[in-house]
Design a protein around this ligand. Structure first.
Ligand SMILES: C[S@@+](CC[C@H](N)C(=O)[O-])C[C@H]1O[C@@H](n2cnc3c(N)ncnc32)[C@H](O)[C@@H]1O
Length: 215
C-alpha cells in the first residue's frame, strides 16, 4: 500500500466509523457484526489492518484473545480507547505486508475492508505472509465492500494492472486518490485457491464475506 494511502487513513481516523452508520446499510452492518460476534468464539485471533478497532470490539465478545494490528498510530489510538468486554485484546503497530512474529501462531485470522486496498500484484505475497502467522487449518475471514452503483464512491480510473481507484474527500476538503478493488466471487476464489479449503463466500447487498480454512 502506498504512503499516500497510509496518510489518507491517518487523516481519516476520526471520520472512519461514519461509513458504518449509513442508514441504508444498517441491515448488512448488523449481519457483519453478528458474524464477528459468533464466528471466532473461543479462538485466538490475529486481526490485521484493524483501523479504529470497529470490528475488533465485536470479535472480542466471544474470542479467547485478539492481537489487532495496523500501520497507523492515529487509528490505533482510537482502537485502544474502545472498551471491549470479553476477550483479552492487544493492539500493536505492524505493516500487514511484513507481519512480525507475534509470539504465537493464531487459530484465526481476520481483516475487514483491507483486501480491497491490496494491489492485485501484491495479493499473493500478502496472503503468504498472513498465513505464515496462522496455524494450518486456521479459520480465515475477510469482509469487504461490493460495488453498489449510486451508493459506492464511483471508480475514477483503472490502471494497467486492473487495480481501480476512487477520489475520496475528507472533512477538511482534501481529496485523496485511493486504490479500491471490488473483486468478483470468482476472483476471490482464484486468489486463495491453492491456499484454502472449505471456501465460503456470502454476498450481502453492500458487502461480501469470505471464509476458509488455511492449508
Ligand atoms: C479501510 S481501513 C479498514 C480499517 C478496519 N479494518 C475497518 O474495517 O474498519 C484500512 C486500514 O488499513 C491500514 N493500513 C494501510 N496500509 C497498511 C499497511 N501497509 N499495513 C497495515 N495497515 C495498513 C490503514 O491505516 C487503515 O486503518
Amino acid at each position: 500500500m502506498s504512503l499516500k494511502m497510509v496518510d489518507y487513513y491517518a487523516k481519516r481516523a476520526a471520520e472512519h466509523d461514519r461509513i458504518y452508520a449509513l442508514p441504508e446499510r444498517q441491515n448488512d452492518v448488523r449481519r457483519l457484526q453478528q458474524f464477528c460476534q459468533t464466528r471466532f468464539a473461543g479462538l485466538e485471533v490475529l486481526e490485521i489492518s484493524c483501523g479504529t478497532g470497529y470490528w475488533t470490539q465485536f470479535i472480542a465478545s466471544s474470542a479467547r484473545s485478539i492481537v489487532a494490528t495496523d500501520i497507523n498510530e492515529e487509528v490505533l489510538a482510537i482502537a485502544r480507547g474502545r472498551q471491549s468486554e470479553g476477550a483479552q485484546v492487544e493492539f500493536s503497530r505492524a505493516d500487514s505486508y511484513e507481519l512480525p512474529d507475534l509470539s504465537r501462531p493464531f487459530a484465526a485470522g481476520f481483516a475487514g475492508f483491507w483486501w480491497s486496498h491490496v494491489p492485485k500484484r501484491r495479493l499473493d505475497a500478502f496472503l503468504a505472509g498472513f498465513h505464515r502467522r496462522l496455524v494450518p487449518g486456521a479459520l480465515v475471514a475477510f469482509i469487504d465492500n461490493r460495488y453498489v452503483p449510486g451508493s459506492s464512491t464511483p471508480i475514477s480510473r483503472t490502471d494497467e494492472s486492473g487495480d481501480s481507484f476512487q477520489l475520496r474527500k475528507l472533512g477538511d476538503g482534501s481529496v485523496h486518490e485511493v486504490l479500491k478493488n471490488f473483486p468478483a466471487p470468482e476472483e476471490l476464489k482464484a486468489a486463495i485457491d491453492y491456499r484454502a479449503t472449505s471456501v465460503e463466500i456470502t454476498l450481502l447487498d453492500y458487502y461480501w464475506i469470505l471464509t476458509y480454512r488455511a492449508k
